[in-house]
Design a protein around this ligand. Structure first.
Ligand code: ADP
Length: 241
């Protein structure tokens, strides 16, 4: 099979304003396939808006955005190939852990033994196997977050977008998550993460640093964090709670 070398995400002149506020200001970026990619930048620099444009939760005012080599307007085609997790994923509080996963599997037409195998594997990964019969509404914040991730991964997305995915997750599980993200990248999938945690930025293969709605710098974590002027400021900013 031919390897697809097109970027996972490609933006040219992406622009988005809310009223007078120009949040994306002619953003140009290519995010390659098969990497873990960290989106960094101060609050308000447009990271979440960019991610929401990729998953088509909002439309750009102008510019071009391609996702998995399709125009982002091809929502139907792209939808089943991407996974998006915010800190507020809509889980069903009156369904059990297992039933939530069955529901999300059903959305993607995953059935039978395949469905059970995937649920088993993911519940083990997020350390919720023993809690499968608990109602989602009765889970702690961290457990809820872990179930959100499991539901986001059930259709094995080619492109995974995660907004602060390890907030409230204990260090041991964070490590497990990272191993999983890295194995996804090794399998040619793309994982885009926003984070405020320095060690997480350093774990990614690439970092894109956004400022005022543009990509100010992109490269390996070492390149970005050590760039003249940028590194010390970024370190200071990342050190804030
Ligand atoms: P970041 O994720 O980098 O913190 P965001 O993309 O969330 O930045 O937000 C950039 C700016 O756009 C912020 O000032 C935010 O208040 C504003 N903004 C985001 N979404 C909306 C919206 N739906 N309506 C109005 N303003 C918004």
């Amino acid at each position: 099979m031919a390897v697809d070398k097109s970027p996972a995400v490609s933006a040219r002149g992406a622009t988005k304003s809310f009223g007078q506020l120009r949040v994306l200001d002619g953003l140009d970026v290519d995010i390659p396939r098969g990497v873990t990619y960290c989106l960094l930048g101060p609050n308000g620099s447009g990271k979440t808006t960019f991610i929401r444009a990729i998953v088509r939760l909002l439309r750009l005012d102008s510019g071009e955005l391609r996702v998995l080599d399709r125009p982002v307007s091809d929502v139907e085609e792209i939808y089943s190939r991407i996974g998006y997790m915010t800190q507020h994923k809509a889980l069903y509080p009156d369904l059990t852990v297992e039933e939530n996963m069955q529901f999300y599997s059903g959305l993607y037409g995953i059935k039978g033994q395949d469905r059970e195998d995937r649920i088993e594997e993911l519940l083990r990964m997020v350390d919720l196997s023993e809690h499968r019969k608990r109602l989602a509404g009765a889970l702690s914040g961290g457990m809820y977050q872990r179930l959100s991730l499991a539901c986001t991964l059930v259709h094995r997305p080619e492109l995974l977008l995660l907004d602060e995915p390890t907030v409230g997750i204990d260090p041991r599980l964070r490590k497990t998550f990272w191993e999983y993200f890295q194995s996804m990248a090794e399998a040619g999938k793309t994982v885009i993460i926003t984070t405020h945690l320095m060690d997480e930025a350093e774990r990614c293969q690439m970092v894109g640093y956004m400022r005022a709605g543009r990509m100010a710098a992109q490269g390996s974590p070492e390149e970005i964090l050590n760039q003249a002027g940028l590194g010390p400021r970024l370190r200071l900013w990342l050190a804030q709670p």
